[in-house]
Design a protein around this ligand. Structure first.
Ligand SMILES: *Cc1c(COP(=O)(O)O)cnc(C)c1O
Length: 436
C-alpha cells in the first residue's frame, strides 16, 4: 500500500534504526489504509497535521503561557501557541482559548479543578445513556471526588422524543439537587443539543453551564450543529474527533475571569510542560477547519450518517431515537436478530475489515461488555471521500457479515471487496495503490 511520501521515508528511517518498532508502525499503517473506520470518535488527519507532531517542537519545555514561560528559548513556541489560540477563538467565535490540555478528559478535569471543590454536586448524562466517563463515572476522578447527579433520557416509548434529552427531566433533577455545574455534550448521542434550553435551566437552578463538544466540535465549528456560544459558560472539546486535528483537548470561554481560572487549572494545576509539537499541529488543524472545504466535509459527514442510518433501517436494524442529526448513530441489533450482541458484532465485523465499537443502547438489558448495540460514525470514511453510494455498500457489508454470524468465508469475501474500495479511496496524502 502506498502511504504519503513522508510517512514512507519515516518508516524507512525507523526500519534502519529499530526494526521491531518499524514492523508495528508498518502494520498499523496498512491496517488503517485497508479497513473501514467507523469508530465515531476517530478520523484521519492531513499529512501536515500528522507530520507537525513528528517535529523538533517535542524537544522543548514551555511551561507557562506565551509571554510568561518558566524556560528560555520559547520565542517560537509562543508564536505557535498564539497561532493555535487565535485560530481556535476564530473557529468557535469566542474570546478565550486554552490549547494546552493533553486530552479531552484532561480539559474536563481542569474545568472541575477550576470550578468545583471536592464533594460539590454537578449534573450530567450517565455513561450508559451516552455520556462520557469524565462526566461522573464512579471509577473516574469526576465521580470519585465530586458528586454527580444524572438526568435521564426520555423513555416514553412511541413519543417523538423517545431516547432523546428530556429537558423537563433535566430541569427537575437540577431544581432538586442544585448542582454547581450542569454538563451537556456527549459521546454517544445522535441528536442536536439545545444549548439555549440548557442555559435557561442552568440560570434557574444557579449552575454554571459546561458544554463538552468533544464529538461534535467539527460540526459546531462549521455551523452544521448550533454553537454552544453564547449559552455555555465554558466549552471543552477534543481536537481529534470530527475536528480532525491531533489528539488533544481545548477549553473555550467568553468570560475573562473564568479564562484565568482555567489557565491556572491546566498549568500549574493539572499539567506540566505543554506538548508543543501537538499545539503546532492543533494550529494547523484549526487553520484547515477555517477553510470553506471543511464545511463541505462536515455537511457530507452528516449526509453520510443519514444515508448509513437509512440503509441499516431498511435492512431491519433499529436506530436509537429513530435516526441521527450528526455524525453518529446507535444501532439496536436485536431488531435484526434477537440473539445478536454488540460484542459478537464488533468481533465479526473486525474480521471483515469493518472497525467499530460495541455500545450499550439506552436502557440496555445486557452488560457493558456484551451490549445490544453498535456505535457507528462517518467522520473517518467521509475523510476518505466516501459519499452516500458508498454508505449503502457499507450497510450491505455490515448486514452480510452479521447475517453470516461471523462465517469466515463471508467475512473474507467482504474483506476483499473492502480492500478494493479502500484502494479507490486512499487516505489523505496517500496515492492510489498500484495493483500488483
Ligand atoms: C472523547 C470524549 C472525551 C475525552 O477525550 P479524551 O481525549 O479521550 O480524553 C471527553 N468528553 C466527551 C464527551 C468525549 O466524547
Amino acid at each position: 500500500m502506498a502511504h504519503d511520501p513522508i510517512s514512507d521515508s519515516v518508516l524507512d528511517l525507523i526500519r534502519s534504526h529499530d526494526p521491531d518498532a518499524a514492523v508495528i508502525l508498518e502494520k498499523e499503517s496498512d491496517r488503517q489504509a485497508n479497513t473501514l473506520e467507523l469508530i465515531a470518535s476517530e478520523n484521519h488527519v492531513s499529512p501536515a497535521v500528522m507530520h507537525a507532531m513528528g517535529t523538533c517542537l517535542t524537544n522543548k519545555y514551555a511551561e507557562g503561557y506565551p509571554g510568561a514561560r518558566y524556560y528560555g528559548g520559547c520565542e517560537f513556541h509562543d508564536r505557535a501557541e498564539d497561532l493555535a489560540r487565535d485560530r481556535a477563538k476564530k473557529l468557535f467565535g469566542c474570546k478565550f482559548a486554552n490549547v494546552q490540555p493533553h486530552s479531552g478528559a484532561q480539559a474536563n478535569a481542569a474545568v472541575f479543578l477550576a470550578l468545583l471543590s471536592p464533594g460539590d454536586t454537578f449534573a450530567s448524562l450517565e455513561l450508559s445513556d451516552g455520556g462520557h466517563l469524565s462526566h461522573g463515572l464512579k471509577v473516574n476522578m469526576s465521580g470519585k471526588w465530586f458528586k454527580p447527579v444524572h438526568y435521564p433520557l426520555h423513555y416514553g416509548e412511541g413519543d417523538a422524543q423517545f431516547e432523546q434529552i428530556d429537558y423537563d427531566a433535566v430541569e427537575r433533577v437540577c431544581m432538586e439537587h442544585k448542582p454547581k455545574l450542569l454538563m451537556c455534550g456527549y459521546s454517544a448521542y445522535p441528536r442536536v443539543i439545545d444549548f439555549a434550553r440548557f442555559r435557561a435551566i442552568a440560570d434557574k437552578c444557579g449552575a454554571l453551564l459546561m458544554g463538552d463538544i468533544a464529538h461534535i466540535a467539527g460540526l459546531v465549528a462549521t455551523g452544521v450543529h448550533p454553537s454552544p456560544f453564547p449559552h455555555c459558560h465554558v466549552v471543552t472539546t477534543t481536537t481529534h474527533k470530527t475536528l480532525r486535528g491531533p489528539r488533544g483537548g481545548l477549553i473555550l470561554t467568553d468570560d475573562e475571569d473564568l479564562a484565568k481560572k482555567f489557565d491556572r487549572a491546566v498549568f500549574p494545576g493539572m499539567q506540566g510542560g505543554p506538548l508543543m509539537h501537538v499545539i503546532l499541529a492543533k494550529a494547523i488543524a484549526f487553520g484547515e477547519a477555517l477553510k470553506p472545504e471543511f464545511k463541505s466535509y462536515q455537511k457530507q459527514v452528516v449526509a453520510n450518517a443519514r444515508a448509513l442510518a437509512k440503509s441499516l433501517t431498511e435492512r431491519g436494524y433499529r436506530i436509537t431515537s429513530g435516526g441521527t442529526d450528526n455524525h453518529l448513530m446507535l444501532v439496536d441489533l436485536r431488531t435484526r436478530d434477537a440473539d445478536l450482541t454488540g460484542a459478537d458484532a464488533e468481533k465479526w465485523l473486525e474480521s471483515a475489515g469493518i472497525i467499530c465499537n460495541k455500545n450499550g443502547i439506552p436502557r440496555d438489558p445486557r452488560p457493558p461488555k456484551v451490549t445490544s448495540g453498535l456505535r457507528l460514525g462517518t467522520p473517518a470514511l467521509t475523510t476518505r471521500g466516501f459519499r452516500e453510494p458508498e454508505m449503502v455498500k457499507v450497510a450491505e457489508w455490515i448486514d452480510r457479515v452479521l447475517v453470516g454470524k461471523g462465517d469466515q468465508s463471508v467475512a473474507s469475501q467482504v474483506r476483499r471487496e473492502i480492500v478494493e474500495l479502500c484502494n479507490a479511496f486512499p487516505l489523505p496524502g496517500h496515492s492510489i495503490a498500484q495493483s500488483v
